[in-house]
Design a protein around this ligand. Structure first.
Ligand code: ADP
Ligand code: MG
Length: 632
């Protein structure tokens, strides 16, 4: 007997197995789709590997054609799915079927709530397809031999925390998965049922899926029946593919569980020829912001799979796309590493990008609500595009959507321009961490009072694309948290009586001088401003300085350790400022105002979300001011 090792599943795998078996799939029958999908991937991978190493498929018994064979043993109550694809060696078995290797996955699984249904769409991305076998089987054996290697392996498990692995001789190249069906799952021994499941979920698979029937009599040849069309889905005309087939293909190619939000299938003809079948998912993949920014569209060359994420095939900001591109012109023998240097790949990228952006624009036009859902999931990526894809910048800017002070839902830049006030020269923006805090920013007060719309931005990328893009049409972007966001040129609505803003303005010259003397280099400057209506003070960045939110962001990420001094703006229309202005003009008033200056500066810092440099001093001054208030 060969030696058998018994090993535990990685903790996260055990947890996933539980979720998959109990609640992931609404229909058990999809286990077959998942196993066939894996078998098909294995054939694709071997076909590619054999391009440079033909020996891999030349071995005896290897067979020329790739295929997936289903067979049933009613007596033993087993269903077997066999492929002659690339197979797995021992290490790969351990890694693929015993752990979750993908980065970030373990952390995600640990954080999964008990409400697994809600997370369903996401779980699929972790490569759990294989484990779906345990929905219908109480014992699974995987017999596999990797192409080009002589040792075969037998992996078995009951899906309950442990698996065994042992070396096994006499195996054909590829992988056989033997499912010992659980009690009550006999339907999967029925040929008609298997035929129907393959038709429903796996017809699009390009490799033949064959049902093998044991010979009825001894001298009879075993019968075989191909259950699928066995031609690549994307090569068929669109009119012959229904929505369900597109969806099943999407799930296969993207390892996804959700519905495609958009399907784009076309053939480019002319100088360069390729077919693209691309999908935009509904749910955002969990690793969308992984630093590798790798796209996930597979490259085929004349129906032969070449790469899962050929570099240069798509710009990184389109990494939310799933699907395939099949080129007629690329050489098959090109190594994956060389792909990005081929001019043809760049041409395909240009074509794909333009096409995808065009389709998104159509969607945005025809179905604003649906587009909003897409925007919610993938919006920040299009902002990355606006930042780095100069060639398509106008198209990308047209696709961006924003929260704003003027509308409830999302708005576009074009709509913003349409609402601009007379005399308004810029597109005003404010960037922060969350919408609710932003809406309360004192810097917005003067804009509100004049009915000037401000875009409210909360994506980290906003700090980068706006300065890079600088303008939309001929209007510059301008942050309201900066000096120079000048409101003087915009008239205030007339019928706005009774607000602080309409009260007589205090003469602030003496007050400003007193504050400057007290605060010294804690501030860069102190100015009277028409930016405020309700608040007495706020902080803004000087015209040429870094925006305050960006500065906080960089400090959080330890990219910056010194902060620039800010401009303190005071509101001459505010009653407190008016009283302090009077005090400043009185004899010896300036000295008495030092504490006030610090209190107001600290208050502005707090509203801005900054930490106070000296909280103890703030508390002392506050207590003293309160005490004075009591004795008045
Ligand atoms: P996914 O297909 O999303 O990666 P699965 O759970 O379906 O996740 O499969 C896990 C991994 O196991 C696959 O990525 C593949 O490396 C390996 N695998 C599964 N089935 C086969 C097979 N029939 N032949 C070769 N490798 C396989
Ligand atoms: Mg799979």
């Amino acid at each position: 007997m060969p030696e058998e090792e018994r090993l535990p599943f990685q903790a996260e795998v055990s947890r996933l197995l539980e979720i998959v078996a109990k609640s992931l799939y609404s229909e058990k029958e999809v286990f077959l789709r998942e196993l066939i999908s894996n078998a098909s991937d294995a054939c694709d991978r071997l076909r590619y590997a054999a391009l440079t190493n033909p020996d891999l498929v030349a071995e005896a018994g290897g067979g020329a054609g790739y295929r997936i064979v289903l067979s049933v043993d009613a007596k033993a109550r087993t269903l077997t799915i066999a492929d002659n694809g690339i197979g797995m060696n021992r290490d790969e078995l351990l890694e693929n079927l015993g752990t979750i290797a993908r980065s970030g996955t373990a952390a995600f699984v640990k954080g999964l709530g008990s409400d697994a249904k809600k997370d369903t769409a996401l779980i699929g991305q972790f490569g759990v397809g294989f484990y779906s076998a345990f929905m219908v089987a109480d014992h699974v054996a995987v017999l596999t031999r990797k192409a080009g290697e002589s040792n075969g392996w037998r992996w078995t498990s009951d899906g309950k925390g442990e698996y065994t692995i042992a070396e096994t001789g006499g195996l054909q190249r590829g992988t056989r998965i033997v499912l010992h069906l659980s009690e009550g799952e006999d339907e999967f021994l029925d040929e008609d049922r298997l035929r129907q499941i393959v038709k429903t979920h796996s017809d699009h698979i390009a490799v033949p899926i064959v049902l093998a029937r044991a010979a009825a009599k001894e001298d009879e040849a075993p019968a075989e029946e191909t259950l699928n069309r066995a031609s690549a889905l994307w090569t068929r005309p669109r009119s012959e593919i229904d929505e369900e087939q597109y969806r099943e293909f999407y799930r296969h190619v993207a390892h996804a569980f959700d519905e495609p939000w958009m399907t784009l299938h076309y053939r480019a003809e002319g100088k360069i020829e390729y077919t693209a079948l691309l999908f935009v998912p509904t749910a955002a993949p969990f690793d969308l912001f992984h630093p590798d920014r790798q796209h996930r569209v597979k490259l085929y060359v004349r129906r032969v799979f070449v790469s899962d994420h050929a570099e240069g095939l798509l710009p990184p900001y389109l990494r939310f796309l799933r699907g395939i591109v099949d080129s007629e012109d690329l050489p098959l023998n090109v190594s994956r590493e060389m792909l990005q240097n081929i001019p043809l790949v760049a041409k395909i990228r240009h074509g794909l990008t333009r096409r995808v952006l065009g389709e998104l624009a159509k969607k945005a036009e025809s179905d604003a609500e649906g587009y909003a859902a897409f925007w919610g999931a993938f919006g920040p990526l299009l902002k990355e595009g606006a930042y780095e894809d100069f060639e398509n910048r106008e198209a990308l800017l047209g696709l961006l959507r924003f929260r704003s002070t003027a509308v409830e839902g999302w708005t576009s830049l074009a709509d913003y321009l349409g609402r601009m006030k007379e005399g308004q020269a810029a597109i005003y923006t404010i960037v922060g961490d969350d919408l609710e805090t932003l809406k309360k920013s004192p810097q917005l007060e003067g804009f509100r009072a004049r009915g000037v719309e401000v875009l409210l931005l909360t994506d980290p990328v906003d700090e980068f694309w706006i300065p890079a893009v600088a303008q939309y049409q001929d209007k510059l972007f301008k942050s309201v948290t900066r000096g120079g966001a000048d409101l003087d040129t915009i008239a205030k609505p007339e019928a706005e009586g009774g607000t602080d803003a309409d009260q007589p303005k205090a003469d602030t010259a003496a007050l400003i001088a007193a504050f400057k003397a007290a605060l010294g280099d804690q501030v860069k400057d102190i100015r009277a401003s028409n930016r405020l209506t309700d608040s007495p003070v706020c902080l803004v960045a000087d015209e040429g300085d870094m925006d305050m939110h960006l500065e906080r962001l960089l400090k959080q990420h330890k990219q910056l350790d010194t902060a620039a001094a800010r401009i303190l703006e005071i509101n001459p229309g505010h009653r407190l400022i008016a009283r302090l202005a009077d005090e400043a003009q009185a004899d010896g008033g300036a000295e008495r105002l030092a504490d006030m200056a610090f209190l107001l500066l600290d208050q502005a810092r707090i509203v801005e979300g900054e930490t106070l440099p000296d909280p103890a001093a703030f508390a002392r001054r506050m207590a003293e001011a309160l005490e004075r208030g009591l004795t008045v």
